[in-house]
Design a protein around this ligand. Structure first.
Ligand code: ATP
Ligand code: MG
Length: 381
């Protein structure tokens, strides 16, 4: 068996003294999508209860959580009742308003912490943070698309980062939304218009050989465990496939673990993180990180003895992390939109773990489920 990165303690900082949750206690989850659903399932397996808070009707997580509150993130009464009914709060949705988090945090701990969330919510702040701890990112330049001088700011940014480049909104992007690729300086006005006045960032295009990601976790007492890096393929900005192990050399693999650990320690983080990396001829460059369980970690359900969802639940509940030993080589494919039509055929395959999110409406680009195929016993990358 080929283990992930074994548990080890890396310069743990001053850590909160907290008692671990006991079975029967409750984890609050902000956001009721598929990630919340899978977290709730893992919590239940460990005897922990979950309470999901989600503004949208009929959330996928609502079917498996013990309690669901359907209310807006601005509903102070509902938030107070939610916070009063749980022992710790975590999230699968990153754009919860700061006021809601203030109200919750006054009553109960939020894990991962507020700083991790604030840094990852803003691409500009995130890149500055990463560079500040010595990690390489794409070259970048802020672009205030609402400024009367937006055109000259964009021109300046293009000179600074070079072309091709990608103009992205600083906040609220996912699955490649809020992004445009810029090949030449001619049509910059159109690109600015597409940002609709949002604060943006221009990123130089990174010439990568492959995209990899590391799913890592840090416990309340500062221990770190990393799953084997996976190799990711995106189509139309959406993750389609994760293959494990990633085809990288031992130096790159170790560097990927070091990068994840550096981010976790710098943020005094508790929980699972997904770190997206570009593997380039000059080494690993950080694309971004997500302060939560991550789509590129879904393979862990079928390829490792513990999955990312249980690891996150353990971390936020103050339990010890598990050693994320990988037993199989795997390939995870997202079932996006009409891909769900393949489900009957997939269900007949051997060596396959199928996971559907219970979404009743199929829409183009909507993640409906995923399938992980076991390719064989774990081999070294
Ligand atoms: P997701 O929700 O899938 O993480 P996102 O909307 O946060 O997506 P990014 O991760 O920034 O968006 O970009 C999506 C994909 O676009 C990346 O995985 C990569 O394939 C490509 N991409 C983004 N930025 C760059 C860049 N600077 N250079 C090269 N490719 C990039
Ligand atoms: Mg991304």
């Amino acid at each position: 068996m080929d283990g992930g990165w074994r548990l080890r303690s890396l310069s743990p900082k001053s850590l909160m003294k907290t008692d671990a949750l006991a079975p029967g206690q409750t984890i609050g989850i902000l956001g009721g999508g598929q990630l919340g659903r899978m977290l709730a399932m893992s919590a239940a397996r460990l005897g922990l209860r979950t309470h999901v808070f989600e503004p949208g009707a009929v959330p996928p997580a609502g079917e498996v959580a013990g309690v669901t509150t359907t209310a807006d993130y601005c509903d102070r009464e509902a938030l107070a009742a939610f916070a009063g009914s749980v022992d710790v709060v975590t999230y699968e949705f990153e754009n919860v308003p700061a006021e809601a988090l203030d109200l919750i945090e006054a009553r109960v701990p939020i894990r991962p912490n507020r700083r991790a969330l604030a840094v990852s919510q803003d691409r500009l702040r995130e890149k500055r943070f990463l560079n500040g701890i010595g990690l390489a990112t794409a070259p970048f330049h802020p672009v205030d698309s609402a400024s009367p001088n937006a055109a000259s700011i964009l021109k300046q940014a293009m000179e600074a980062v070079g072309l091709p480049a990608i103009l992205k909104t600083r906040r609220l992007g996912y699955d490649g939304k809020g992004q445009v690729r810029i090949e030449d300086t001619d049509c910059s006005a159109d690109f600015l218009a597409s940002m609709a006045g949002a604060e943006a960032i221009l990123e130089g295009f990174v010439d990568f050989e492959r995209e990899v990601s590391v799913i890592a976790a840090r416990s309340v007492d500062g221990r770190i465990a990393c799953f084997e890096p996976g190799e990711n393929v995106h189509r139309d900005g959406i993750l389609r496939t994760t293959r494990v192990p990633a085809q990288v050399g031992p130096g790159t693999r170790e560097r990927a673990f070091e990068i994840a650990a550096a981010i976790l320690n710098a943020l005094d983080y508790c929980g699972v993180i997904g770190v997206e990396l570009f593997d380039t001829a000059d080494g690993l460059v950080v694309n971004e990180f997500a302060p939560r369980v991550h789509n590129s970690g879904h393979w862990t359900e079928a390829g490792a003895i513990i999955d990312q969802f249980e690891q996150h639940v353990r971390a936020v509940a103050g339990w010890p992390l598990a050693d994320p030993i990988r037993h199989s080589d795997v390939e995870m494919n997202n079932l996006v939109g009409e891909d769900v039509a393949d489900v009957p055929a997939i269900a007949r395959e051997d060596g396959v773990r199928l996971h559907l999110y219970g979404k009743s409406e199929t829409r183009a680009g909507r993640k409906m489920g995923h399938v992980t195929r076991v390719l064989g016993p774990a081999t070294s990358p």
